[in-house]
Design a protein around this ligand. Structure first.
Ligand code: ADP
Ligand code: MG
Length: 352
């Protein structure tokens, strides 16, 4: 066999698989020093899940099984490469819904078994933040704000796999606050994007929604009171009144979610990192589905100096961020056949 050229050895082709919750996503990414997405295709279950007003784990897992084969086929066709070109597989192994994660892991293992390839087990949360590198150069350390449907947390990020939690929500995530609020407002699911759009023509000062400062618990956030405040407010309004004021309600409710994140970012910088906000030039990276929110981007960029928001293409769950994260941590690749023993983990367990 001819020895491989150096350039061939450095060129990695990563098959990325994301099925941690309700999005099925496959990606082929080429890594040659920098990441390049060759193809990325996702199947979104929003249509199916809007009927239930949220994620139904059993339905989500079954839907992944159906969505994977066509997505794989389209990805290889678009990337104009074949399965033999793939050098490794990357799959979200944690955290997420067990049934959903296992579907993706089984695909990864099947592919790895046929082609005798290593698998990189991917931390979904880290992948969300590190997706920033798909479009921008950001140096470490940075302050990461992960805002998604299932998580809301601030991290001190020293490297792709070196993240320390600085603060989290005690109850609902920011995305959940959008989705549950949207359900009360009757605007559809998932509600984040819809509320964002409706809020653009609304007055964000019309209604007073509470911000949970939790001043004695720096970095800690809470959104359950906000949701209750919306429920109480809506109960006092007629259907017509709600419809007439829908834009203002959305803008005011969204403002409370977003301002909470701004307040907590300030608090973390001042109380936990013991730095002055005005001197804080460390990059702040915002990732996860709620990072698509236009008001959040505006508020954070107005208040802080060095804010980077993940490109909306890679904010909600997608395999591009999964393959990208794997490209940054080659040391975590589990070689074949040991990789066939990889398992899913529903919760994220922080490194000791
Ligand atoms: P998870 O990984 O927890 O499933 P994602 O990262 O896929 O979550 O993000 C989905 C969440 O992002 C949903 O809660 C959705 O409402 C929210 N979202 C998407 N776009 C926007 C937006 N423009 N504004 C606010 N929230 C948004
Ligand atoms: Mg996610």
């Amino acid at each position: 066999m001819k020895p491989k050229k150096k350039s061939d050895q450095e060129r990695r082709i990563i098959l990325g698989v994301e099925t941690s919750c309700d999005d099925t996503s496959i990606c082929l990414l080429e890594f040659n020093g920098t990441p390049k997405i060759l193809s990325l295709n996702s199947y979104n279950q929003d249509f199916l899940l809007s009927k239930w007003g949220g994620v139904v784990p059993e339905l989500a897992a079954r839907s992944h099984v159906k969505a994977i084969p066509p997505l794989l086929e389209v990805c290889f066709r678009e990337a104009q490469i074949g399965p033999d070109d793939v050098t490794e597989v990357a799959v979200t192994t944690h955290p997420g819904l067990m049934g959903s994660l296992l579907t993706g892991i089984n695909l990864a293992k099947t592919f790895a078994m046929i082609k005798e390839l290593p698998i990189v087990p991917v931390n979904h949360l880290f992948a969300h933040l590190e997706a920033i590198h798909l479009t921008e150069k950001v140096s470490y350390p940075y302050l990461g704000l992960l805002v998604s449907g299932g998580h809301t947390a601030f991290w001190w990020v020293k490297g792709p796999n070196e993240m320390e939690v600085l603060g989290t929500t005690l109850d609902d995530a920011a995305g959940e606050a959008f989705d549950k609020g949207g359900k009360l407002l009757g605007v559809g699911y998932p509600a984040g994007k819809i509320i964002d759009e409706l809020a653009k023509d609304g007055n964000n000062k019309k209604y007073d929604f509470p911000i949970s400062y939790l001043r004695d618990r720096p970095g800690k956030m809470s959104y359950s009171g906000l949701k209750t405040a919306l429920r109480v407010k809506l109960a006092k309004m007629s259907k017509e009144e709600i419809q007439e004021n829908l834009h203002d309600l959305c803008a005011s409710y969204q403002e409370a979610i977003v301002q909470t994140l701004r307040v907590k970012a300030e608090e973390i910088i001042e109380k936990i990192l013991q730095l002055k906000v005005r001197d804080f030039e460390t990059p702040i990276v915002i990732g996860g589905g709620v990072a698509c929110n236009s008001r959040l981007k505006t508020i954070m960029q107005e208040r802080f100096k060095n804010v980077h928001v993940v490109n909306p293409l890679y904010c909600t769950d997608n395999a591009g961020m999964v393959a990208n994260w794997a490209s940054r941590v080659p040391e975590l690749a589990v070689s074949f056949p040991e990789c066939l023993g990889l398992d899913a983990q529903s919760r994220f367990v922080e490194k000791k």
